[in-house]
Design a protein around this ligand. Structure first.
Ligand code: NAD
Length: 699
């Protein structure tokens, strides 16, 4: 750990701000301040509470209400509606119903009966931990520096050494009703204590005012940080380096090859998405002498291993003698061994009523000298799982330097992982969207049809790479799509589809951003218009380059990726009505579009054996949102029909058989159909989305 004052947490409490708030608002404020720093608590980890007197809506009397972070929230971003509210007198009455440890899970069923004011936010399993601490304001955090102490073999002695009688210590106990009672007993027996460290878990702190509670939390964590820094100064972390990390560029190149291969091998049941992290903390760990031994011990804090699985998979790679082909060749066996190990752990630890074994694949993959790969059912979960393992690395760094690091006991870990209450929470989760876990690469993704398609696929849960030559449009499209669907879901790449090396790089960027890809929407395009005798060779070549060659280059790269992953693939070409129907004064464009259509057929034939489907959507006259229709093309077309440019849309509508305008969203809908399992049995097909045009009927 670096020994600088900057490693201390700042006290962010602002009296003026807090004074203007109601008590529940001050709880939100305190929670958000605490959650704004990952060193205080990990994403979704920990909880906060205030016991507040409120007017009972039924009796009009003043009653004591526990406001406590509800199930599944995150203190960093929580708002008022993230808290559950419960009558304290009813929570106290629950003690009379408690039948002992073996029945503690049934207490969760009583919590809804204590709800105050019909608040729909479900109370979390940690509710009794807050209810029974006889203090009005309580914080429960998972700070790395505290867990480092809590996960040390002699954590009780260390707690005493650092904090004396100010902070107590309780042995490991799964969160629940019993632990709530333990906390109460501790407080009653130690009225001067300001908090308690829970072995292998985290920190509880309290106060008579919200500010005192917050400041105690910060002060106690800072003291742990300071003590660890003093004790570890000059000691190399994790036994010192075993290997020299590769350069940033080399690390990215290795990760970009490994990720699709791993993704393919772990996505048999459901598609996974990946995240790559080669931050300093990760690199130090994966390049260290003690990495393998520590990784094998597993993580400690329940929050950590629920997200990361009990232990990571260490990929067999030697950065001093890199042989990536050998590493890739050995991956299958390594993953198989991991799954067998996990199944054995499940069998060893299962209870008669345990839920069925879940996905046995590793979540965290450590690559010596390169970094960490994490995989999960969606991008945000993959990223957050990585963040959790960074927390675990910080814990191991501290604990192994001052003592012996201890992972959580295997049976305890299992009992949390397969806890019936945890299973019930998983069962309550909404069904995944149809394209969850899928990644789409969309060329021309910043244009009219491309952006609408990105939005349509993202609405179904897909992550997208929008690849476009227009940097400004790329920036605004990324912002817009990120705001609508979440930043994790969109990754921009500046790409000229005619640049062979650029296309390969863009696919590497997709592998690094998401772990691989499933869908290619080849859409980037231009338009041009001229009688054949005025068609310059440059115009002909430009059409052929962007439309025919561009579609070929991205498809070839997609085939390479799909064949590495071995989990099928899906290509949708945005061609044009003009690829089927001849149009006057647009020979270069029409011919290039016809080439795309035939390329799609050839690829459908070649890909079928590998479950790669290739289909085509033919739009016509999509004026709204299209950049093609803002420039010369619009004027030329209007001139050709002897009308004003703003009369064109109506002209095309009248020209269509169905007398309807075609919008980018209509094209996007057809792409979604072809890119999803709704069309699982279609390949080599063409869908015209042109409001009806007899000339382009397929036959
Ligand atoms: P658009 O101009 O709004 O979008 C096309 C996008 O492709 C733009 O963002 C542009 O920057 C990008 N692009 C151009 N050259 C590129 C290159 N070399 N590399 C990477 N990106 C490049 O147009 P649109 O209407 O959305 O068109 C999308 C596709 O639909 C095109 O292939 C077009 O031929 C086809 N199409 C459109 C219509 C229509 O009426 N709009 C009709 C038939 C077919």
């Amino acid at each position: 750990m670096s020994s600088s004052a900057s490693s201390r947490l700042a006290n962010l409490w602002d009296d003026a701000k807090a004074a203007a708030m109601s008590e529940p608002e001050r709880l939100v404020y305190r929670s958000n301040l605490l959650g704004s720093d990952k060193r205080v608590t990990n994403y979704g980890g920990g909880n906060t509470s205030s016991k507040i007197f409120e007017t009972d809506p039924l009796t009009g009397q003043s009653v004591e209400v526990l406001w406590v972070k509800g199930s599944g929230g995150d203190v960093g971003t929580i708002k008022l509606d993230g808290f559950s509210t419960l009558y304290m007198d009813k929570l106290r009455a629950l003690k009379g119903l408690y039948r002992g440890l073996e029945h503690e899970d049934e207490m969760v069923g009583y919590l809804p009966h204590a709800t105050f004011n019909l608040n729909p936010r479900a109370a979390s399993i940690d509710t009794p931990l807050h209810a029974y601490v006889p203090k009005p304001f309580v914080d429960h955090m998972h700070p790395d520096a505290i867990i480092a102490i809590a996960a040390s073999a002699d954590s009780k002695a260390l707690t005493q050494e650092i904090f004396g009688s100010e902070i107590g210590w309780l042995p490991w106990k799964r969160p629940g009703f019993e632990l709530g009672l333990w906390l109460e007993t501790f407080c009653l027996e130690n009225p001067d204590a300001r908090g308690v460290i829970l072995e292998s878990h985290g920190l509880f702190t309290w106060g008579d005012t919200p500010k005192e509670c917050y400041e105690t939390t910060i002060e106690i964590i800072n003291r742990a940080i300071e003590w660890l820094e003093e004790r570890t100064a000059g000691t190399p972390a994790f036994g010192g380096p075993a290997v020299t990390p590769l350069s940033a560029e080399e690390r990215r190149a290795v990760a970009a090859r490994l990720m699709p291969a791993i993704r393919g091998m772990i996505s048999a049941d459901s598609k996974k998405l990946g995240h790559f992290d080669d931050s300093d903390a990760v690199l130090e760990f994966v390049s260290s002498r003690d990495m393998r031994a520590l990784a094998a011990l597993g993580t400690s804090c329940p929050d950590h291993f629920l997200r990361t699985k009990i232990r990571p998979l260490v990929v067999d790679f030697d950065p001093a003698n890199p042989d990536l082909d050998a590493t890739l060749g050995g991956l299958g066996a390594a993953l198989e061994a991991y799954r067998a190990d996990y199944a054995a752990y499940y069998e060893r630890s299962r209870r008669p009523d345990s839920p069925a074994m879940r996905d046995a694949n590793a979540v965290v993959y450590l690559v010596p000298g390169v970094g960490m790969l994490t995989f999960a059912k969606d991008k945000a979960t993959a990223r957050i799982s990585g963040e959790f393992y960074v927390n675990a690395i910080n814990v191991m760094r501290g604990a192994s330097a001052v003592s012996t690091y201890r992972g959580l006991d295997e049976q305890e870990a299992f009992d949390i992982e397969y806890w019936l209450l945890e299973e019930a929470k998983l069962q309550r989760m909404p069904k995944p969207k149809s394209l969850a876990g899928h990644v789409a690469f969309i060329t021309g993704g910043a244009g009219g049809i491309g952006k609408a398609t990105a939005g349509r696929l993202m609405a179904e849960g897909a992550c997208v790479v929008i690849a476009d030559i227009d940097e400004a449009a790329l920036g605004s499209a990324t912002e817009e799509l990120g705001a609508r669907f979440g930043k994790d879901f969109v990754h921009p790449v500046r790409l000229d589809v005619t640049d062979e090396a650029g296309v390969a790089m863009a696919f590497k960027a997709m592998a690094l951003a998401f772990g691989g890809g499933d869908i290619l929407v080849s859409n980037a395009g231009i338009s041009s218009s001229a009688p054949i005798e005025d068609t310059e060779l440059s115009m002909w070549n430009r059409n052929m380059d962007i439309l025919a060659k561009g579609y070929f280059l991205v498809s070839r790269e997609a085939f390479r990726l799909f064949k590495t992953q071995k989990i099928g693939g899906n290509i949708v070409f945005i061609a044009s009505k003009n690829g089927l129907a001849a149009s006057p004064n647009a020979a270069a464009y029409c011919t290039a579009k016809a080439a795309e259509i035939h390329l799609a057929r050839c690829l459908a034939l070649e890909g079928a054996g590998e479950a790669i489907r290739v289909n085509t959507v033919n739009p016509d006259a999509v004026l709204r949102g299209s950049k093609i229709w803002t420039g010369e093309w619009r004027e030329q077309r209007a001139a050709a029909y002897k009308m004003a440019p703003d009369e064109l849309e109506e002209h095309y509508r009248q020209r269509s058989m169905l007398k309807r305008s075609v919008y980018p969203e209509d094209i996007a809908e057809a792409v979604y159909f072809l890119a999803s399992d709704m069309s699982a049995k279609s390949t080599g097909n063409i869908i015209n989305v042109d409001a009806g045009n007899a000339q382009s009927f397929t036959r």
